[in-house]
Structure formats: structure tokens, C-alpha cells
Design a protein around this ligand. Sequence first.
Ligand code: WT7
Length: 628
Amino acid sequence: MKDLAYRTASSYQQAKQHANDNPEAFWADIAKNFEWHTPWNKVLEYDFHTPEVNWFLGGKLNITENCLDRHLKTQPDKTAIIFEPNDPNDAAQHISYSELHSRVCRAANMLKANGAKKGDRICIYMPMTPELAIAVLACARIGAIHSVVFAGFSATALAARINDAECSILLTADGGFRGAKVTPLKDIADEALTSCPSIKNCIVLKRTGQYVSWNNMDLWWHEELEKVNDNCPAEVMDSEDPLFILYTSGSTGKPKGMVHSCGGYMVYTAYSFQNVFQYQKGDVYWCTADIGWITGHSYIVYGPLAVGATTVMFEGVPSYPDYGRFWEVCAKHKVNQFYTAPTAIRALQKHPVELVNKHDLSSLKVLGSVGEPINAEAWHWYDKHVGKHNCPIVDTWWQTETGGILITSLAGVTPQKPTFATLPMPGVQAVLLDNEGNEIEGETEGILAIKHPWPSIARTIWGDHERYKNVYFSAYPGYYFPGDGALRDAEGNFRITGRVDDVVIVSGHNLGTAPIENALNAHKAVVESAVVGFPHDVKGNALHAFVIPNSEVDPNELTDELRVLVAKTIGPIAKPDRIQVVSGLPKTRSGKIMRRILRKLAAGEYDQLGDVSTLLNPEIIQEIKQNS
Ligand code: WT7
């Protein structure tokens, strides 16, 4: 495949110019490098008001032919996936493109044999084993829409996602290894499936070998594979057919099933992968995310495989067996590009630097950061101790909704600036708006918005186009509104300052406060609750829940029960760090909770509360301060 990257400042500038002058010709030039059964007859049709976005209209393709079949002609024996297991004493696996192709086709036939067809939704709730990537690609092979649910979510959260998309098959495992822990995935799935009438089959991968109970609809993955062969022609998909659904939390209760489509997503993830990381033939690339998040979809599976890269999949965690595991794995597999989250860097930074220095990191060429703003201290630690001042750092800003990286530097090609994501990718038109929605120019701070569609923008929220419109296109008509604030320096570099809505990024995970409040409110002793974020030195942000109980309860007992309840309803990642029992919440005269004040209280910024005299109940502030 042709190299999609701009390797010099001048070719980057040229691309930027071309994209500005003629976006459609620009994207068509990139899309030509892929394999299409039928070429598109129109590059783009869109209206940000309805909102409707279509890319490469009339084009027919299958993304797995671009990720797999195409490479069989040129590099069948090249390693596609290096699997690094949780336990460092277990052997790593090197899966070649031809082996991956065969295993994907076989898994695709397994799905078909169990009734799956184009357009069906298949839920994937699996640990980070090669079979997870294979499952994703197998769905894409037959045109089934995958919905991966991160294997840290609870039974309730899993059931809600299965039911929202009416999935017909669940793919899971007996259990998953993560550090010293084993997650009983099948048990959790069993609990979820007691309330998921759409599921017809549950196919279970044997990973841990632990005991699992067995139901009528359960099938062993390895037994089902025995029954089929590996000949599976790819389903021909329309460019705009949905490829997958991925849930992200919103600022109101229900998670949003973001829908990504085949053509534009393929083009953008491959283009951005090669450009941002400056991936070159023969490099080994490692993204430490889980495939349960968009980062894993776009930059472990689809982007890297579309350009024929070698991508590392890591089953474990950065702290197991010790805090040097990341660097051990980098040295072991001679990783060239390493992509992780600021929260991981901050956690590792707390441990002796010897844990980094004892590993040979000379293969590293590029470092990446994703998920939240990277603070200066973490940036410099990463640069000095991991990069040895010799590796450009790409701070990549994007979202589940954007499908791919939108604002970033290109490693070694465009200038980096600590704590700044820097510039929009060629073809991405990022602007700043004031509160009235006017574009503001130059060195300033405002609301981040995107003016023109890019190929991997999510097309809708599954089953709720109205919500898609309301959340992303209504506040500032004519723009895509991501929900982040940003400031811009004199050179046009963007620094993302954080969310401007009720979403909190905890350890790089996007958590809506509303679903957590709903979970707390479900407790019989809770009348009302409010959850806000506060700054945390490792997690970036942590959660502070204010809870009003309905009767005399023991606050310690209540808070313990509430933590369990949140973990059970959403997942352990959503457990508040602090739960404070209060007798009231600061409210406006119209009864609206003043979250701005709660955020200041949680941060301990008592001198920055602003005018509280207009509150309905100003006396509550004193009480909250006193018992915090
Ligand atoms: C939100 C999206 C991007 C994939 C993983 C998270 C925050 C993401 C950065 C960055 C500052 C960032 C934003 C964004 N965010 N990357 N480089 N600098 N903030 O995806 O769960 O959809 O969360 O993460 O607030 O809106 P997500």
C-alpha cells in the first residue's frame, strides 16, 4: 500500500493547503489508496443541521479486505499482531497476516453458522486476547455490526448496552486476566443475560480455564470453530453501512451508542495512524489501550492493520508484575511507537526511575498520549525518562465520536509543544467559539468546535438521531460541538482545557455524572445526589459524590453500600473516590443544583465560590465545608 504519511514539513504544508482549498479532492486522493469493489460516485454530502453526513457515496468495500486480504499479496508472513500475555512467563504470540486472515475468516464462519448476518448486532465482552481482535474483524467480515463492551463493565451496564442495540449474539470468555486479578466474565455475562431477550447464542472463549456454569444458549468457541472452515468471502458493504457501535457516556442517563460507518472510518483511521505516528514499514507499534475503547478500535485494530503494520496487543496492566512492565515489553518486542494515557504515565512516575532505566528503550522513536490533557510534569517525565529527549511526543486529541485523532502534531514533522495537542490534522477545520457561538480569532480561549465533516465522524447515536442532533449540533448550529474547551496560542496551537459539560475524564475514561447519580439514587436510603469531578494527581480527575440520605443512616455503612452499588450498576471505574453525606445541595431558586459551586467545594477552593447569596439555601455551603 502507498505510504499515506507526509514525511516532511513541506509535504505537510502542501497537504494542509490542498485540504483547505478543496477538501473533497483532498479526501478522494487519500481514499483512492484503498481497495473498493465499486468506487464512490460522490465524495461528500452533508448538512450539520439535520445532521446528515455521508462520505464516499455509492462506494462498496469491506474493511477486512483492506486490513487483511490486501496484505496477503505483499507480506503474508509479516507479523500483524504481537500478543503479549498478562503473565510475562507465558510466551508471546506472533500472528502473521496470513494466519490472522485465516483465523478471522474461520471466526466469521462460526458467526454465520450461528445465524449471524449482515446488519445484525453482535456484542463482544472479552479480555484483551487475540480472539478479541479476531472477533471484531470477523463481524466486519460478514457485515455484522460489532458492539464491544469493555470487560470492566458490570452486568447491568452490559445488559443495558446489549438491549439498546438488540444484539443477537454475545461473544465472551470464561474469565479474563488483568494483573493479579481474574475477572469472572462468564458469570457477569450470565447475570446480564437474565435480562437480554434478544440474545440467541453466547459463544465462550476458554481463556482462564475457571469453572463456569452452562446454559442452553452457551457454546464453546473452540468447539464451534471445529465445525467450520476458513473460507469466508467478505460481505460487500456500502461505504455508509454501519461498521460498529461503541457506547460512550453522556451528560444524561443513558449511554450513547455512537455509530461509525465503513468507508470514512477506514480511510481516516489509516490516514491518521500513518501520519501521526509516522509509522514506517517494519516498525513495531504499541498502543496500550483496551479494544473496549475507541482508542483500541482505531489504533490497535483498524488503523494499523489497514496500513499493514505490526501492532502489539497487551493483555495485562502497567503495574504487573511490577511498575516496569511497559518498558520491559517495549524492550522485549523492540517497540518503535508507543502510545499510552497520561494517567498511566502519572502512576508510573511515582515509582523509582530505575524501573524505566533498567530496560533498553533504544528502539523507541515516537511517544504518544491520549485520553485527557497531559500535564507539564508528566510530559517532561515521559520525554526525559522514556524518550531520552530523543522521541517526539504526539499529544492526540479526539473522542469516541470523532473515530480518529483530530488535533495533534505529526511525530518529528510538525512542532510539538508540551501540554498542547497543537494543530488540527490536514483536512480538519477546528475553530474556537465564544458563548454566543461566534468564531473568535487569534490567541484566545473558547469553546472548541469543528466546522466541516471529516470522514470518521460518527453518523448517529444508535436508535436516537434526535439525541445525536441535540448533543453535538444544536448548541452551536452549523458546527460539530465536542464538549471541550480549548485555548489557542499565537501560532494556532490548541491546548485542550477540559470538558465544558457534565462529563468527567477519570484516568482517561469518559464518565457522565448523570448515570452515576442515577445509580446512587437507586439506593433506598438516598433522596438525591450530585457527582462532580475534582483534580487528582494520578487520575487527572476523581469523583466526589454528594449524597442526601432520607433517614438516620450510618454514613460509613451507606457510603460502602453506595460504592458497591455504583460498581455493580456501571463498573468499578465509576466508583466515587469520595462520598460525602450532606443534608442538602446548593440550589438556585428554580431548584437547579449549582454544580459549579460543588466543583469548587470538592476541589477545596473555598475562596472561589463566587456569589452564593442568590442560592435558595446558602447555609448549606457552611455545612458541606465543615464535614468535608
Ligand atoms: C474526551 C473524549 C480519544 C480516545 C480516548 C478518549 C478528552 C481525549 C485528549 C487530549 C485533552 C483529551 C476530551 C475528549 N481527551 N484526548 N489529548 N488532550 N483531552 O475518548 O472517552 O470519547 O473521551 O477525552 O475531553 O472530549 P472518549
